[in-house]
Design a protein. Structure first.
Length: 584
């Protein structure tokens, strides 16, 4: 089982016939692709066996699910097709969800509209060339039609290093853009291009739509997660669940088991105790009666010159993902798994904040009874004093501002820092008047989650899914007041309450959280000498993007790893590996 791949050629008035003919000829040579739609201005080919919709006026590729009930949709009623076409795809946003791409050519014959699902995991990249717009699911298909490699866009590389998970429509390849989830790209026959935001998370933070009862929120969350998991994991599939033993992946284990899906759990362990969560993974798997595999990550098997994002237009993958992918693929072969499932984005969706904004929300809404318990929980989670939390919450409640995205300037030279002068607005970070700061902080976490789910590679050996970032779950969680997520010294409280009957107490009461940090530190210690040579002789250094004194001071520090410098260095290594994989 693999995710559908596709490529489309959109032409303008006056596009040279020779250029179109050459592009279509290259399309015909793509292995496993077949022509699905050919009409004036639009030609589409795909590996899809059964697209959800194909008509003379449009096509829908990828996974499409209905909302009431939440279920896969393989055939659309004629009335639904008409509504989709007449709205130029906007009808999809409210009536459906999933990992779809829609291309609509009617009822506006002067152009083509491309709609990508909100938080959809089927990519959509595009480039303009010779009077055409080439659109594709992946860089291999895109550049095969373009007929030329893409150059590195160095300013975007600098912005990637500075802003991290703030995903924009630009990529790190010159001329290559991305259709973001929940947006519509309109390409008109006269060559003009327009982008519309069709889905905005602020829609669901309106106070009139808030769920004001904790038990009601928990019940709705449990039912929605179960339904989305059942839709994402088809009955014939055998899922391989990456079960860390944390709350998020354990919730998925409970939902998968409750829905009766075939599943094997996999937990990955490091030599360092902080990366060994087998106690929790065993407890969760045993409670829901799912088999569990336990595998050690081996830092010696990591080749830092190989990028897991080599086929992507951004350096978004981490080096430790190599070992995770190897272990998961071997485990999938062993048990016959057809899809990999993980709890990515759970912290983001379940509002796992460590800021004072939930307390500020209590003040602004007059939720007086929640102020003290929320302040106490935030203080415990952030390890700050109660007076400090209270003072900062009052100050935050008196301000109205957009969310301030964190910027990482460490070990970057002035040439890279110059990109800070270039504004990087994100439509989801622009707070409407009168909105709550906690909602803004929650949405910023969804932005980071968007980067994760929208960065999957359709050419991966096995398809993967992160069900907690499904659109219905995200929309529901945004309707939950921010302070509901903090209770009794614990975060993600609504999610814990939702699954209190389906998970053991050791998971529900857990306050610690495992991370890959210990494994990253092991990789760094194991390959410290090679890392120094790799970075100093690499493309980032050649482009003058690295602050060499700061970098050398960190690299030459022979003390055991005990701070965050090694994490930043490993990020630079990951970007360097991607650059070399792209021919820089």
């Amino acid at each position: 089982m693999t995710r559908d791949r596709y490529v489309a050629i959109i032409t303008q008035t006056g596009t040279p016939r020779a250029a179109v003919g050459a592009a279509i000829a290259r399309m015909s040579r793509l292995a496993s692709f077949r022509l699905l739609l050919e009409r004036d201005g639009l030609v589409v080919a795909s590996t899809a066996v059964a697209p959800t919709m194909v008509s003379d006026d449009g096509i829908i590729l990828g996974a499409l699910f209905t909302r009431h009930p939440i279920a896969p949709r393989t055939v659309l009623h004629p009335d639904a097709q008409t509504a989709i076409l007449r709205s130029r795809g906007a009808h999809l946003i409210g009536a459906y969800w999933g990992g779809y791409i829609a291309m609509i050519a009617a009822p506006h014959p002067d152009g083509v509209a491309i709609i990508r699902a909100p938080l959809g995991d089927l990519p959509c990249y595009w480039v303009e060339r010779d009077g055409m717009t080439i659109v594709a699911s992946d860089m291999d298909a895109l550049l095969s039609i373009v007929g030329a490699p893409a150059r590195i866009h160095w300013p975007a590389v600098s912005r990637q290093l500075l802003f991290g998970d703030l995903r924009r429509d630009e990529t790190c390849l010159a001329g290559v853009s991305e259709v973001a989830g929940g947006t519509r790209l309109s390409i008109f026959s006269n060559g003009s291009i327009q982008t519309d935001t069709l889905w905005n998370p602020w829609t669901f933070t309106d106070r009139k739509a808030a769920i004001v009862d904790r038990d009601v929120a928990a019940q709705a969350l449990r039912e929605t997660i179960r339904a989305c998991v059942a839709a994402r994991i088809a009955a014939p599939d055998h899922a391989l669940l990456k079960l860390s033993g944390g709350l998020d992946s354990s919730i998925l284990a409970a939902a998968i088991a409750a829905e009766g899906r075939d599943c094997t759990c996999l937990t990955m362990v490091t030599e360092h105790p902080s990366g060994d969560e087998r106690l929790y993974a065993r407890a969760a798997a045993a409670f829901v009666d799912l088999p569990l595999l336990e595998k050690y990550r081996d830092p010696s098997r990591i080749n830092l010159r190989i990028s897991a994002a080599a086929r992507l237009p951004r350096p978004t993958a981490r080096s430790f993902a190599q070992e995770s992918a190897r272990i998961a693929n071997e485990a999938a072969d062993r048990v016959g798994a057809t899809i990999v499932v993980d709890g990515g984005g759970g912290d983001n969706v379940f509002c796992s904040l460590s800021s004072v904004t939930p307390v500020a929300d209590c003040l602004l809404t007059g939720s007086w009874g929640a102020i003290w318990p929320t302040t106490l929980t935030i203080a415990q989670l952030s390890q700050a004093g109660l007076a400090t939390i209270a003072r900062r919450a009052v100050l935050r409640a008196c301000q109205h501002r957009n969310y301030r995205w964190a910027i990482d300037t460490r070990m970057l030279a002035d040439r890279a820092l110059a990109e800070l002068a270039v504004p990087l607005p994100h439509p989801w970070l622009q707070a409407p008047p009168g909105t709550l700061p906690g909602a803004g902080a929650h949405i910023a976490m969804i932005v980071a989650g968007q980067s994760y789910v929208e960065g999957l590679d359709p050419q991966d050996r096995l398809p993967s899914t992160a069900p907690l970032l499904s659109q219905p779950i995200v929309e529901l969680c945004l309707r939950v007041p921010s302070w509901f997520w903090f209770e009794g010294g614990r975060n993600r409280a609504v999610a814990r309450r939702a699954f209190e009957a389906l998970l053991p107490a050791v998971i529900l009461e857990r306050r610690s959280k495992g991370t890959p940090d210990s494994f990253v530190a092991e990789i760094y210690e194991h390959q410290r000498a090679g890392i120094r040579k790799f970075l100093l002789s690499g493309s980032l250094a050649a482009q003058g993007l690295l602050n060499m004194p700061d970098l050398l001071q960190a690299l030459d520090d022979e003390r055991p790893v005990n701070d965050a410098d090694h994490g930043r260095i490993m990020q630079l290594v990951d970007v360097e590996a991607w650059l070399q994989a792209r021919g820089a």
